[in-house]
Design a protein around this ligand. Structure first.
Ligand code: ADP
Ligand code: MG
Length: 291
């Protein structure tokens, strides 16, 4: 039977914005030794701003226009940002055959023409050579390439910012006894490195496909010692498989996908990563009282 103190622990956590879905998760939360974060929407705001547009033999507006249409149905934060950069929806563009490729980008037919929007990996898979200018390599943002048919059409540089409480979140986890903090991202190496440095994370791994993220979590699970648990924190967009694989899946409640909120063991109602340490502290206190 579950001691009554567990119910008051769950109640206390929920008043602080941490929804714990069961007494067993409170125990797992008290023993977290490794915290693995997804980057976009978890440690960063997930609201990208367009910082540069580099069209290649196409009009700049036309490039933004194509990207926005290809991203019409995607709920990835990048898609939302590209749509915001070109809000002119009512222009009678015909978009069909939309196919989203997790960790890569999106393919669609726009007015009968094949258009691909995504990262360098996606372009490489299509045999399309991308731009390699200094700005692309600077790491100042996430570079999204566009191809029309098998012709390169340029790229859009977008940039995200770390959440206001992300550095605090990492510091608090250390204070709460977490041994290792890790970030996994499908974004470029330079972008991952900059965020990891800024936040003081112990480890980061970039340019990962959803399956690579699972492999990294499995490696970290195998490296755990004693009764430690591994928590994975994400927004559910391209990271639902890792959320499921971790001992404890933690989802963002406000901006996260419905599927992630449903599949997660713990939900952070206000999307603040610093609430993970709050949850750990409540869980530890509850277990001390219960014993
Ligand atoms: P993260 O690990 O940072 O949360 P994802 O795994 O969701 O990122 O995506 C990894 C990369 O795949 C993105 O940085 C982007 O290059 C590309 N990508 C994913 N979805 C899209 C999309 N809808 N449009 C364009 N690019 C995308
Ligand atoms: Mg993600």
């Amino acid at each position: 039977s579950v001691p009554l103190t567990f119910f008051s622990g769950i109640g206390g956590a929920s008043r602080l914005g941490v929804l714990v879905k069961g007494a067993n998760y409170l125990e797992a939360l008290a023993r977290v030794g490794i915290v693995v974060f997804d980057k976009t929407g978890t440690l960063t705001k997930g609201t990208f701003e367009v910082t540069a547009v580099h069209p290649d033999k196409i009009d700049e507006r036309q490039l933004l226009h194509l990207a926005a249409h290809v991203e019409r149905y995607s709920n990835h934060p990048i898609a939302l940002s590209l749509r915001n950069a070109y809000p002119d929806e009512a222009d009678g563009c015909k978009v069909d055959d939309v196919q989203e490729m997790p960790g890569l980008g999106v393919h669609a037919m726009v007015n009968g023409e094949t258009v691909n929007v995504g990262n360098e990996k996606l372009m490489a898979s299509l045999g399309i050579e991308v731009c390699h200018c200094d700005k692309c390599k600077s790491g100042a943002g996430t570079v999204i390439h566009v191809a029309i048919g098998n012709r390169y059409a340029g790229h859009i540089v977008i940039s995200d910012r770390v959440k206001d409480d992300a550095a605090l979140a990492v510091a608090r986890l250390k204070q709460a006894g977490v041994k290792k903090t890790v970030m996994l991202t499908g974004d470029y190496e330079q972008v991952g490195a900059a965020v990891a440095r800024q936040l003081g994370l112990d480890e980061y791994h970039a340019q990962l496909m959803p399956a690579d993220k699972v492999a990294q979590v499995e490696r970290l699970l195998a490296s755990k010692t004693g009764h430690d648990t591994l928590a994975m924190v994400g927004d559910g967009i391209n990271d639902a498989p890792v959320l499921a694989r971790a001992d404890l899946g933690i989802a963002m409640g406000a901006m996260g996908s419905d599927a992630a909120i449903e599949a997660a063991d713990v939900v952070l109602m206000d999307d603040k990563p610093s609430k993970i340490a709050v949850g750990i502290q409540v869980a530890k206190r509850t277990l001390r009282i219960a014993r």
